[in-house]
Design a binder for this molecule. Structure first.
Ligand SMILES: Cc1cc2nc3c(=O)[nH]c(=O)nc-3n(C[C@H](O)[C@H](O)[C@H](O)COP(=O)(O)OP(=O)(O)OC[C@H]3O[C@@H](n4cnc5c(N)ncnc54)[C@H](O)[C@@H]3O)c2cc1C
Ligand code: FES
Length: 332
């Protein structure tokens, strides 16, 4: 018999198919728990294990009660009771596979390509700021890329692709794409989204982690929102902040937005912030108890931001959301 999963404080219960994780079982049963990487790296799916035992894919068995269990890694060994940070009826994802056309491909910096895709006429595909799409490679393999356009522009996608040396998509395919070429994508994916609360929002990005952050900012511009947003964008050198002029223009036009570029290997003459984005954000915001934070980019940054900001600045764990740009290889 399949183990039963019960959600504390609700009347939600569902079965867990043999070998499935709690996140997978919830989705099969029509419930949405926040997630991003599904690989145990981003902490988006944290929840408490109140009762029962689970096998964690990398670290072994844990027994309830245990706080902060990664539900994307937890395979129940019997009936369990959990308390996820959030659980909601999942509206069926209006996910579509589309043959898109390359409208423009340009390189604002040496290792960065901004790809603009146009969807077929009449194929608008709703998504939420912060979500990503899957590019289908010719052999059926897939790669996730965040959408940088605001949700109102849902008949197109703007992707920011960093060239990985030897990368099957980012180097070999992207380098050969020309306007008019076709690219198959499936969209949307990802369940990390920020609240619509008025609390100040801190956005942390490294490199092309700027893409979903740009979507969030452009969404607020399009909705004429005024929620205070502070964007910290980090890279090694100025070239990594490949659209900084664009971000600065947004900040000049909207007084609710502050943009702080941060370099870890600044060249002579750099007068801005230096170090790691999460450390600079902490130094400027020692009390984050009333804030929400979304971090996107390297796993090193998202991991460090989670522990630094929750432990040292009092950021509640369920107010931290992240997407880590993990190498996915053929298995995702
Ligand atoms: C949710 C999500 C969203 C993402 N969004 C973006 C995005 O908006 N922009 C973007 O540029 N990337 C993004 N990525 C990463 C992207 O999906 C690919 O992994 C990356 O572009 C490499 O794909 P590839 O086919 O070129 O390389 P592959 O052929 O898969 O790998 C080639 C080599 O590069 C290494 N490698 C691959 N990816 C990385 C990485 N991220 N960091 C370090 N080394 C790596 C591999 O280990 C391998 O050695 C995202 C990843 C996830 C999980
Ligand atoms: S979705 Fe579980 S850690 Fe990222």
């Amino acid at each position: 018999m399949n183990p039963t999963i019960t959600v504390t404080g609700t009347d939600i219960t569902f079965d867990c198919p043999q070998g499935a994780t709690i996140l997978e079982a919830a989705e099969d049963a029509g419930w949405a728990i926040p997630y991003s990487c599904r690989k145990g790296a981003c902490h988006s799916c944290l929840g408490d294990l109140e009762r029962g035992q689970v096998d964690l894919r990398t670290t072994g068995t844990v027994h309830g009660p245990t706080p902060d269990v990664l539900l994307c890694q937890a395979v129940p060994r019997g009936p369990v009771e959990i308390r996820p940070r959030r659980i909601a009826d999942s509206t069926p994802p209006a996910r579509r596979t589309l043959t898109t056309k390359i409208y423009r491909a340009h390189m604002p910096a040496p290792r960065i390509t901004v790809l603009e895709l146009r969807f077929p006429i009449g194929r608008r595909t709703p998504f939420r700021a912060g979500q990503y799409l899957m590019v289908h490679l010719p052999d059926g393999d897939t790669r996730p890329y965040s959408m940088a356009n605001p949700p109102r522009d849902n008949d197109l996608a703007e992707l920011h692709v960093r060239t990985e040396p030897g990368g099957r998509f980012s180097e070999r395919l992207v380098g050969a794409l020309r306007p008019g070429d076709l690219l198959t994508v499936e969209t949307p994916f990802g369940d990390v989204t920020v609240d619509r609360s008025p609390d100040p929002l801190v956005l942390l990005a490294t490199g092309t982690g700027f893409a979903p952050v740009a979507s969030l900012v452009r969404d607020q511009i399009a909705r004429r929102g005024t929620r205070p947003i502070h964007l910290y964008w980090g890279g090694q050198t100025e070239q990594d902040l490949y659209l900084l002029d664009r971000a600065r223009r947004w900040a000049q036009r909207h007084n609710w937005l502050t943009v702080t570029p941060v370099l870890s290997r600044p060249t002579a003459g750099w007068t801005g912030a230096t170090g790691w984005v999460q450390d600079v954000a902490l130094a400027e915001n020692p009390d984050l108890t009333g804030h929400e934070v979304y971090a996107c980019g390297s796993q090193a940054m998202t991991d460090s931001a989670f522990s630094t900001l929750t432990r040292k600045a009092g950021l509640p764990e369920d107010r931290f959301h992240a997407d880590a740009f993990l190498p996915v290889g053929p298995s995702l």
